[in-house]
Design a protein around this ligand. Structure first.
Ligand code: GAP
Length: 450
């Protein structure tokens, strides 16, 4: 149940996202486009860190998963075979009074329009969420297809090619990160439900008897992943999707939910989809998609377990999880409210900020630039010389930079020869400062940001 305080927290998060350049409304100067968002400089870095870490955990660190980067446009036959053309729908009603379009399954039991309160609603009808488009110069049924509503289908369609080139044995997976599009009836909760978004999907192929145990395995792996990017376990919930809500072909599905300020909502689905997708495509295309087991000499369609996560939802969860307010001394030592994003250093858009104590001392500036160059090949570093040091710290706290390095007169060896080439390293959460040797700086910072 979300409260007024939660709504206030969400408002602050949305405002910070815009103010500091995480997320902007798409096409903002033209009044925006509902359900589309642009990521600003910091949002882009955060998103990239998330996708890179997913790729590392799901592909590079494993021997049993390979990648794919499929086209967004696919032959319409794919969407007929997968069932999307016929059944990828949400129930929609119209309010006859204010003309708002609503999702029937999201209406309260009173069946009232949440915008104007009217009860004069149409009957529910199925609305297909795929965006139709036309390929080539003619716009008719023969050239029609759709923007993909999930990345998964190119993995199924390319299953045989990837199997042949990778020479993998079951169980093995094919992973993909990419854009997906759904013409959601009601985009809402900031980026949570958008019309254009990104997915990180793994299709993990296996023998039929391995399906249920692998469903449990992947649920646990995925929970561990969220903890490794800084989301606390107590804010993650695993919902077992009941029979009546599950796709008819799925033998088991978990939703991994996160406690957003607007309520616990799905971040990722982990579904055991049996051999449904490969069977559909084999039947529709007439091309064999079976696997031959060298040891047992069996030929069969592999089953699949699919952990399917949303990039944008996870980015939003990372920001919500990180947002905090505490108090810290200002430049005159008086306590003030500090807004801080407590990102896991692995996810933080900027890993380290480097400051010369004063900007009008060329020796300090040159040394700070030297420190920046030392760190730059290994991480995203930000150089800032404007304003009092306290202000500079505060600006970095607000965007979640885990470390700040200050170069001062001691660094130059002006106070004592012993302190030459040492800098002040300040940690975001504890605000503790320590003096470290420039030679040790890279190791100290890098071990916590990778
Ligand atoms: N291939 C399976 C599949 O697409 P899904 O549960 O429909 O399953 C997977 O989508 C994930 O994609 C969701 O858990 C969510 O994180 C993300 N997602 C789905 N629709 C979205 C939307 N409209 N806006 C943002 N993310 C969305």
């Amino acid at each position: 149940m979300s409260t007024k305080a939660d709504a206030g927290r969400m408002e602050k998060i949305v405002s910070l996202c815009k103010r500091r350049g995480f997320i902007f409304q798409a096409s903002e100067i033209y009044g925006g486009l509902n359900g589309a968002w642009d990521y600003g400089p910091l949002g882009t870095e955060l998103k990239r860190n998330l996708k890179d870490y997913w790729w590392r955990a799901m592909v590079r660190d494993r021997d049993d998963v390979v990648g794919l980067d499929g086209a967004i446009l696919m032959n319409r036959a794919v969407w007929k075979a997968s069932g999307h053309e016929e059944t990828f729908t949400d129930p929609m009603v119209d309010c006859r009074t204010c003309k708002t379009r609503l999702r029937a399954d999201q209406l309260a039991e009173t069946r009232q329009c949440p915008v104007c309160g009217s009860k004069d609603l149409t009957e529910a009808r199925a609305f297909n969420l795929m965006f139709p488009t036309f390929v080539g110069a003619t716009a008719d049924e023969s050239s029609k297809t759709y923007l993909r509503p999930e990345t998964a289908q190119s993995i199924f369609v390319q299953f045989k090619n990837v199997l042949e080139v990778s020479r993998k044995k079951l169980p093995f997976g094919i992973a993909q990160i990419g854009k997906a599009f759904r013409n959601e009836i009601n985009p809402r909760n900031f980026t949570f439900r958008s019309r254009e978004f990104e997915q990180m999907e793994l299709e993990y192929f296996c023998r039929p008897e391995q399906g249920m145990p692998l469903l449990e395995y992947w649920k646990e792996e995925r929970l561990r992943f969220y903890e490794n990017i800084g989301i606390k376990r107590e804010r993650l919930h695993v919902k077992t999707v009941p029979d009546e809500e599950r796709a008819f072909y799925s033998k088991g599905t978990y939703d991994i939910e996160y406690e957003f300020p607007f309520g616990a909502q799905e971040l990722e689905g982990v579904a055991y989809r049996t051999d449904y997708d490969l069977r559909q495509h084999q039947n529709a295309s007439g091309k064999p998609l079976e696997y031959f087991d060298d040891e047992t000499k069996e030929r069969f369609l592999p089953h699949v377990v699919e952990p399917s996560a949303g990039v944008d939802r996870t980015v939003l969860a990372l920001i919500c999880e990180a947002y905090d307010e505490d108090s810290a001394p200002d430049d005159k030592g008086r306590m003030e409210t500090r807004t801080v994003l407590r990102f896991h250093p692995r996810m933080a858009p900027v890993k380290c900020a480097v400051f010369p104590l004063l900007k009008n001392k060329p020796a300090l500036v040159a040394k700070a630039r030297e420190v920046q160059q030392l760190l730059r090949p290994h991480m995203n570093v930000f150089y800032d010389e404007s304003g009092a040091i306290g202000r500079r710290y505060r600006r970095q706290d607000e965007i979640g930079t885990p470390f700040c390095v200050t170069v001062d007169f001691e660094t130059l060896g002006e106070k004592s020869e012993e302190l030459r080439d040492t800098v002040t390293l300040r940690e975001r959460d504890s605000m503790k400062q320590q003096r470290v040797n420039m030679a040790d700086l890279l190791r100290t910072v890098i071990t916590s940001v990778t």
